[in-house]
Ligand binder design. Sequence first.
Ligand code: ARG
Length: 644
Amino acid sequence: MEELASSLQKLGVSQVPAVENTTAFPTYNQVDIYRSHIAECLAPITGAQPNIIYNVLQWTQTLDKGDLMLPVPALRIKGKKPDELAKEIAEKFPDSPLVQKPVADKTFIGFFFKPAPLTQLVLPAILKQGTKYGFNPNFGLKDPKDASSGQKKIIIEFSSPNIAKPFHAGHLRSTIIGGFLGNLYQSAGWDVTRMNYLGDWGKQYGVLAVGFERFGSEEALTANPIGHLYDVYVQVSKISAEEKDRVKELKEQITALQDKNEPVAEREAEISRIENEGIDEEARKYFKRMVDGEPDALGIWRRFRDLSIVKYKDTYARLNIWFDDYSGESQVQNESMDTAARVMAEKGVSEESEGAVVVDLTKYQKKLGKALVKKKDGTSLYLTRDIGAAVERFDKYHFDKMIYVVASQQDLHLAQLFKILEVMGGPYAEVSSRCQHINFGMVLGMSTRKGTAKFLDDILRDVGEKMHDVMRGNEGKYVQVENPEQTADTLGISAVMVQDMSGKRINNYEFDINRMTSFEGDTGPYLQYAHARLCSIARKAELSPADLASADLSLLKEKHAVEVVRSLAQWPDVFVNTLKTQEPVTVLTYLFKMTHLLSSSYEQLSVMKAENRELQVARATLFECAKVVLNNGMRLLGLNPVER
Ligand code: ARG
């Protein structure tokens, strides 16, 4: 703060502008200095409170509209037409060391920051804060303005694949979006717990265990647990389906024979053999043993789970993702589900219906329908386990917020979950009020037809190979890449992730391997290329730390240089806005705008062709700052920026 105060003094601003009762953080976000300054200048002119003005100042869509703008009607000043007021206020705005004379445009007033002071404030802040620039760890505090108030706790549940089932597009999106949200909240100072809630419970896992007894191999299991368990599951499901078909066929034959008064005993015996000894019955018995907590049955189950987790961890690591807690449906305690069932019954939330237990949610909202919470045979369901899990997590972590990153196909499921918790009242309602479903649309064209299931590893390998082909297409550049395999892998992952994050989460998108791996257009490889280019500028200019510290930033006068500085100054605001939208595309849109601006500046701001070393150092410093911002943005998204 003292450093900032003295830089501002040099610029002719006697006190660090910081309007009270706002989220102004002048050391983290230089635009907050301008917001405060403008609000302080406007208060006497308009008669509005500085904090009101502060909060209605908006950022602009394009820099030609200014760096900040004021929608005059938002000040609710009575008696004059907003466009006349806009002109009048702009006219009365005092001379300022930081901003130019404002421009009235209809009912808006545009403010342009004076280039030289902006450069002096922003670039040194970027260099000083480096990998932290733009991120503000105060937003995760219970009180953002009180450092001693303590961190808020958030659980982000994401990825959550099902053991022995394909890792489908929905899991891929959940993984990418959840990883991003983890980074986002962590950078905002929250205490983040990343949780993977595995689909690892239910009768189908009895089927899997039975299948493993018949077709499983220890060797294959240890070598590739996820693939092997899936194969076993496919094989055993096939037999179970055949058995079902056979029973149907036999029943038809029996009806036909009975019509003709012919004997059916043999066929009836076969049906009863299938029903008593077939896969399904065997699986049911096995799962019953698991539910009853029989150690043998659970032991095998635990091994499948543990080995799968080891494998998942490797794959997640390729995406810069890790989990603090591998929970799962199997981990939900009967006790918490029983307690919840009792509360639901006592509060009249649930009712018996033909031997089962249901919750009629149509009372609250028609579209929530009726939800089954206990089957006739007394077993729990997906929804029941989620109720128990939510409460257990609250007891364990006392979270302030919990996010479920799950495909929009499960909108109803989560709406039912939250509503049930809410109407259960007391601590359950408290849990519900802290929960949020972050949903997303589908990926088209990555369908997993039976038998041709895709696993995350396969998807990443496919894209990595394709990326390698694209790279080989440029012979000249290809030979300069030191470790092409690894670079192709990293670029491939970026390609998949950026495509996924390029639209609003809720939109569906087409999985298009050709487009995502292209270096042209708004793609992952394009961002990586932009980053590598900035790295190469710093290398070629042989920019030392001493150069960075002594660079004469007043030399950065060209229109292009000023535009780049203005764009870099927006990054902390983009971060704050992303916390509001919870959309990766908010970051991505900014990064593409910024990198396009850079591409069109290299010619005009050539580092190698600069007239003298001073100018060369100043320009290289500007690009160094751009690199810091691009790097921070990419890492926030979960990308691994490459240097070459
Ligand atoms: N395993 C589930 C599936 O693949 C997703 C779990 C979502 N999370 C939850 N708490 N229900 O469909």
